[in-house]
Write a protein that binds this ligand. Structure first.
Ligand SMILES: C[S@@+](CC[C@H](N)C(=O)[O-])C[C@H]1O[C@@H](n2cnc3c(N)ncnc32)[C@H](O)[C@@H]1O
Length: 272
């Protein structure tokens, strides 16, 4: 069965309003397949009927679940590798030279189920050992935030990019799952946060905002980048996904090239 235009228009409007994720016409199949598990849990296989029910008498949580179902939570350990080598080889040495002995504050924004935040902790193990690292991981989707907090991953998830020595050093086996060590967990906290809202604290030395701007339209990308800029301390850094840039979107950043990639810093002397 295919969704009615009315259902698709309502769902895509709700998702856009609450998350800024753009669902273009043609994504009806995606919407239907993502909402089917919710409809089934409510005792129906008819997504149209399920959405009609929510529109008439849906609880706030039911509406949130629809939005969460339309987020894409694809992630992996040390995703794309380069941002993590740039962090250890260039960014953190620079921060440490500026503020010897200081605590490095990192925001992993739109962190999904936490692999990015824990990868940052593993990459910066010398700071973890010295208790000089604080990582805040945030995401709009409550379910992935809870998974990140639980810090348990199955074998398939662990196989996606986690080097064997890191697995041995930082994980313990629990049945068929692997649990992140208390050492890494002691420097990471997770919270629900919508990038459409004010930043969740700061100022941060480093912000990872990776593979999420791609879901937004241009004005939203600009707004998000401006808000994130206000949450980074002068001299701090922003790392984006491989397909993302600030260029042509928000001119309050300067691009710094390292190795084969780019990172961004709030442009000095520029007002927010
Ligand atoms: C593809 S994942 C990226 C995860 C991780 N940053 C990475 O690069 O592997 C995108 C994440 O963005 C989150 N997201 C989407 N819209 C959001 C919003 N408005 N505010 C906060 N998080 C959002 C989704 O829930 C999802 O977990």
């Amino acid at each position: 069965m295919t969704l009615t235009t009315d259902t698709f228009t309502w769902v895509s409007g709700l998702v856009r309003q609450r998350s800024a994720i753009v669902l273009e016409t043609g994504k009806e199949y995606l919407v239907e397949s993502r909402l089917l598990p919710l409809a089934r849990a409510a005792g129906s296989t008819d997504v149209d009927a399920y959405v009609r029910g929510i529109r008439q008498a849906g609880s706030p949580r039911a509406l949130e679940q629809v939005v969460e179902a339309l987020t894409t939570n694809e992630t992996s350990w040390f995703r794309d590798a380069l941002p993590f080598t740039t962090l250890t080889r260039h960014i953190v040495p620079q921060l440490e030279a500026e503020r010897p002995g200081g605590v490095v504050k990192v925001w992993s924004a739109a962190c999904s189920s936490g692999q990015e935040a824990y990868s940052i902790a593993m990459a910066l193990e010398h700071l973890v050992a010295a208790r000089r690292l604080e990582i805040l991981g945030t995401d709009l989707n409550q379910q992935v935030v809870e998974r990140a907090r639980a810090a348990r991953y199955n074998q398939l998830e662990v196989n996606r990019g986690l080097p064997a020595p890191m697995l041995v050093k930082y994980f313990t086996r629990h049945g068929s799952d692997w649990e992140v060590s208390p050492t890494l967990r002691s420097v990471t906290t997770f919270a629900r946060h919508n990038l459409l809202d004010a930043p969740p604290g700061g100022p941060f030395d480093v912000v990872f905002l990776r593979n999420v701007l791609i879901y937004f339209d241009l004005p939203t990308k600009r707004d998000v980048l401006r808000r994130v800029r206000q949450a980074i301390r002068p001299g701090g850094y922003l790392l984006l996904g491989a397909a993302e840039t600030t260029i042509g979107i928000d001119d309050g950043w300067e691009r710094v090239s390292h190795d084969r990639g780019s990172v961004y810093r709030p442009a000095s002397g520029r007002a927010a």
